[in-house]
Design a protein around this ligand. Structure first.
Ligand SMILES: [Mg+2]
Length: 232
């Protein structure tokens, strides 16, 4: 059976929920820039990590241009601090309800390929997916380490899939699954479909208002989600 859809999942608020993720993030800011910054001073949902940093500094009245080298250092510090905080239990990451079953069944189905499109750097995305037990089906993706501009990311993931599969896929056969209007924006900018899920901080009514191809409260009804994805 030929693969018909490439499903590209956002991570935070869509596949996983993190408790106390601000601890490793804020430690990485201090380690990299030698100033205190607090991710809790901004609404980071749907933003890429480089834009979150810019927003934190701008809010603190310390707007600055962040160099590529500083971003690399920050990504390394974030990975190290995440590993430490997960190791001592300060930070916990779990898969959202229904997600492991959905990824398993999509993988077994035959008509779907799957990957991630996320504002996390690749190294942190790997740590989060691993901590949530989801890394198995999600080796493909595009990350903030590829571009800080989220709408750049879906075509990067698509190209990576095409390279590994050895054939092309139409943009409208790709579906972004996310929890914020920014996920929808990234899908629309690339002619892709979008399903928004109400498991993040945006209420489902607000997600519906933005008119994605579908809006659902969560991913718990595996059969219904797969039906929906097949019919998009
Ligand atoms: Mg998200």
């Amino acid at each position: 059976m030929l693969m018909e859809h490439l499903i590209l999942f956002d991570i935070d608020g869509t596949l996983t929920r993190t408790q106390n993720g601000f601890v490793p993030f804020n430690r990485a800011i201090l380690d990299t820039f030698s100033v205190a910054g607090d991710i809790r001073s901004v609404f980071p949902d749907g933003m890429t990590d480089p834009h979150i940093l810019e927003e934190i500094f701008a809010r603190a009245g310390a707007a600055m241009a962040i160099s590529g080298e500083q971003l690399n250092q920050f990504a390394n510090n974030l990975r190290r601090n995440y590993a430490a905080a997960l190791g001592d239990g300060t930070t916990t990451i779990r898969a959202l309800a229904g997600v492991p079953e959905l990824l398993d069944q999509l993988s077994a189905h035959g008509k779907f390929a799957q990957g991630v499109v996320t504002g996390n750097f690749e190294a942190t995305a790997r740590i989060k997916l691993d901590a949530a037990g989801l890394v198995r089906h999600l080796s493909l993706g595009a990350y903030a380490s590829d571009s800080s501009h989220r709408p750049d990311l879906p075509p990067i993931a698509k190209r990576r899939w095409e390279k590994s599969a050895g054939r092309a896929i139409r943009p409208d056969a790709c579906v972004i699954v996310g929890d914020t209007p920014k996920d929808l924006e990234a899908a629309r900018a690339n002619g892709m479909k979008c399903v928004l899920v109400g498991t993040g901080r945006h209420p489902i009514e607000e997600l519906r208002y933005h008119a994605p191809d579908a809006a659902i409260t969560d991913l718990t009804d595996t059969g219904a989600v797969i039906d929906l994805l097949e019919k998009l």
